[in-house]
Design a protein around this ligand. Structure first.
Ligand code: C2E
Ligand code: MG
Ligand code: MG
Ligand code: MG
Length: 292
């Protein structure tokens, strides 16, 4: 009887495994097509400087328009891109596309904003990463100082010396660095202070919970204070309401990003957003009512 059960379990397990594997392989095939058939695009989400009340820059976020499934969220496909190394080519595509959008911004008269680009560990660790970025910048005649590279804590702690070398090289070229999703990984500020980092992005899970959870609230308040003591800039992600924003302003958080301020903007709508909202000063001033 036991043996029989065991065999049934074995069979079920196997079927589940092979259907997972089939789905993964299917996704992989579709992602390769996505590259060749230009199904990827960027959305750009504004970051607001809470001191000046002005646009600081945009984070570039990858979007996949699947031919039948519609828009697929990054959380469903970035990990497959990472596992298959496709993230390396897609990552360069994202950087190049960000350069094109930066030229649009300059054409509209915005010269002092930045575009932040997410970089996966495997891409960052490519020996020619810096060279490839330099080539792309050269092609568009753009300076590295317009761009911030977002790395996660796990990227930083996985290959420490290699990562540090690459960071120093890219820093010399003029790139800014941000630590993304801060607080969800294993790094400490003590460790990060040895790296040429400009910005810490507090993970949205803390921000989204801070109104209900006193521990998340305390993490936010103390992270802001510590980051600023280290002379770095702090960004709060996931700002979904005025209440979030006012608390962050009260604790002198430098920058904010989130749905309350703006959803990520499809790249085809970026120029309209800049013309109608940013340049007309309709945005973000009205959203930044200071707490009394
Ligand atoms: P991330 O880098 O932490 O990006 C921020 C995510 O938070 C984005 O999700 C954004 O749409 C979302 N978000 C922004 N404001 C709010 C808010 O107020 N509330 C909520 N609930 N969410 C908010 P998205 O675009 O789905 O991207 C998810 C993740 O996928 C990114 O997290 C990043 O880790 C990864 N990703 C996206 N684009 C790229 C890329 O080009 N390259 C790489 N390597 N990873 C990328
Ligand atoms: Mg990011
Ligand atoms: Mg993040
Ligand atoms: Mg993330």
């Amino acid at each position: 009887q036991a043996k029989n059960n065991g065999r049934n379990c074995y069979v079920v397990f196997n079927e589940k495994m092979s259907s997972d594997l089939a789905a993964r392989l299917q996704l992989e095939v579709e992602l390769r097509q996505a590259i060749s058939q230009q199904q990827f695009s960027l959305s750009l989400q504004p970051q607001v400087d809470l001191r000046s009340g002005r646009l600081f820059g945009f984070e570039a976020l990858l979007r996949w328009q699947h031919p039948t499934r519609g828009l697929v969220p990054p959380d469903e496909f970035i990990s497959v891109l990472e596992q298959t190394q496709l993230i390396v080519d897609v990552g360069y595509w994202v950087f190049e596309r960000s350069c094109q959008r930066y030229l649009d911004l300059m054409g509209l008269g915005l010269h002092d904003v930045i575009i932040a680009v997410n970089v996966a560990a495997d891409q960052f660790l490519q020996p020619d990463f810096a060279l490839r970025l330099a080539d792309i910048l050269q092609k568009y005649q753009l300076s590295a100082s317009h761009f911030e590279l977002e790395l996660t804590e796990s990227t930083l702690v996985s290959h420490v010396s290699q990562t540090l070398d690459a960071m120093h090289q890219l820093k010399l070229m003029g790139f800014r660095f941000a630590i993304d999703d801060f607080g969800t990984g294993y790094s400490s500020l003590n460790y990060i202070k040895q790296m040429p980092v400009d910005t810490i992005k507090i993970d949205k899970s803390f921000v989204m919970a801070m109104l209900e959870s006193s521990s998340d609230y305390q993490i936010i308040v103390s992270t802001i204070a510590m980051v600023q003591k280290l002379g770095l800039q702090v960004v709060a992600e996931g700002v979904e309401s005025l209440a979030h924003l006012q608390l962050l302003q009260q604790y002198h958080c430098d920058l904010a990003q989130g749905y309350y301020l703006s959803r990520p903007i499809p790249e085809t709508q970026l120029a309209d957003f800049v013309r109608e909202q940013v340049l007309q000063q309709n945005w973000p001033a009205a959203l930044l009512r200071r707490p009394e």
